[in-house]
Design a protein around this ligand. Structure first.
Ligand code: GCO
Ligand code: MG
Length: 403
């Protein structure tokens, strides 16, 4: 099965997505997500200029060989742009392999290790009452794991709290990112109050998660973890800037609140010490930012040795092709923990036709051959790319703060 064409399509059905399409001489088509939120066009250029020309003529069945060829062969290894590009190729090749075998990808990965994949959903609110309403709605929908975020009193905007009815929370600000203000003291006071209010209102019959978005110092994160211990969190996510793996030693020495990190990681080397030193409980690397199905499985296999479970990133800026690929991995690994599910904003469904489903808080990839997502290029052309950025975060005195 030879690759005859590899092309990249950028579209914005609700938000920006970059999709790699690989065609073969057998008439099969595979797709992979190459979206890197706010830096989309860097991956487009990487693929178009440096990767697609190298793919044409290759045997599409040789997934591992193509992975190594692109990773080791480039000399410049790792990094979000490189690893997102490689991930798109890898997922498209797994999609093709599934179609060639007439099987869903999870069957090729060893088959179902569970009946379905527990997902966590997002609940948020401008205040605690609004947050509680959203938690209730999600529990009513059958979700068993809920991530809670609410606006921090005194700050004009809080990342992770979308305006009512919206499924994205990067403001549409054209060619420049919005600038938000941040106050760690206000956040720390409020976070404990928010979490305790949710447990008081709804009890302990579901999993409770919270995302710190990398904003604390190690000792501040340790303080938060300790303060939240009575509320039996499923995890706190991204407590400190993720590139400093040693920060987690400090946090770990102080608290038993489970820790999750990894959505900004792009290779197994970012995870190595966190996993082998048992400094975290969940590794959140995503299929589309960490080298695809091939590399993500390697990360999760390492994690399994050390009792660390998966908790893949699944925000709406990862396209349906990425979410589907994640579900195939989630279905088949022994150490699955949870899968993030934010859903996709309309009209994404005009462009991506999906075979996965989410019922009663559990997702299943479906049994269509490959990853089970098709991409409509004509529909995509109706939704052209719009530059859009994640917000910048400044402290009250104007200093740029960590994500
Ligand atoms: C999450 C993430 C998102 C990211 C976004 C960046 O846990 O869902 O933190 O909110 O910020 O995916 O592109
Ligand atoms: Mg996050």
């Amino acid at each position: 099965m030879r690759i005859t064409d590899a092309r990249v399509v950028v579209c914005s059905p609700g938000r920006n997505y970059v999709t790699l399409i690989i065609e073969t001489d057998e008439g099969l088509v595979g797709i992979g997500d190459a979206t890197l939120n706010g830096r989309e066009m860097a991956v487009v250029a990487y693929l178009r200029e440096h990767v697609c020309p190298l793919l044409v003529g290759r045997d599409a069945r040789r997934i591992e060989d193509i992975w190594q060829y692109l990773y080791k062969g480039a000399y410049w290894r790792r990094g979000p742009v490189t690893m997102t590009a490689i991930a798109a190729v890898d997922v498209a090749l797994w999609d093709l392999k599934g179609k060639a075998a007439d099987m869903p990808v999870y069957q090729l990965l060893g088959g179902a290790a569970r009946d379905g994949v527990m997902v966590y959903t997002h609940a948020s609110g401008e205040d605690l009452a609004a947050l509680h309403r959203d938690v209730q709605e999600n529990l009513d929908l059958g979700y068993r794991a809920v991530r809670v975020q609410a606006s921090i009193p005194g700050l004009a905007s809080t990342y992770g709290v979308p305006s009512a009815g919206d499924a994205v929370y990067e403001p549409a600000s054209g060619n420049r990112p919005q600038e938000d203000r941040w106050d760690t003291a206000a956040y720390l006071d409020f976070a404990a109050e928010m979490i305790s209010s949710v447990r008081e209102e709804f009890g302990y019959g579901f999993h409770l998660l919270h995302d710190v978005h990398h904003r604390l110092s190690p000792i501040e994160a340790a303080h938060l973890g300790k303060a939240l211990e009575p509320y039996r969190m499923f995890w706190i996510e991204d407590p400190t800037p993720a590139e400093d793996q040693s920060a987690f030693r400090t946090i770990r020495q102080h608290t038993t609140t489970p820790l999750a990190v990894g959505e900004v990681f792009n290779s197994i080397w970012d995870c190595q010490h966190l996993i082998t030193e048992r400094l975290i409980d969940y590794i959140r690397t995503s299929v589309s930012h960490a080298g695809g199905i091939t590399h993500l499985r390697r990360i999760f296999a390492l994690a399994d040795l050390y009792g660390v479970r998966s908790g893949s990133h699944g925000a709406g800026d990862l396209s349906p092709a990425s979410f589907a690929a994640a579900l195939h991995v989630d279905m088949s690994i022994p150490n699955f923990g949870v899968q993030e599910y934010m859903g996709h904003r309309s009209p994404a469904e005009e462009v991506f036709d999906v075979s996965y489903s989410v019922v009663d808080g559990h997702a299943h990839p479906g049994d269509a051959p490959g990853i089970g997502v098709t991409f409509d290029e004509e529909a995509a052309a109706r939704h052209p790319y719009e530059p859009r950025y994640l917000p910048i975060n400044r402290r009250l005195d104007g200093t740029v703060h960590d994500w």
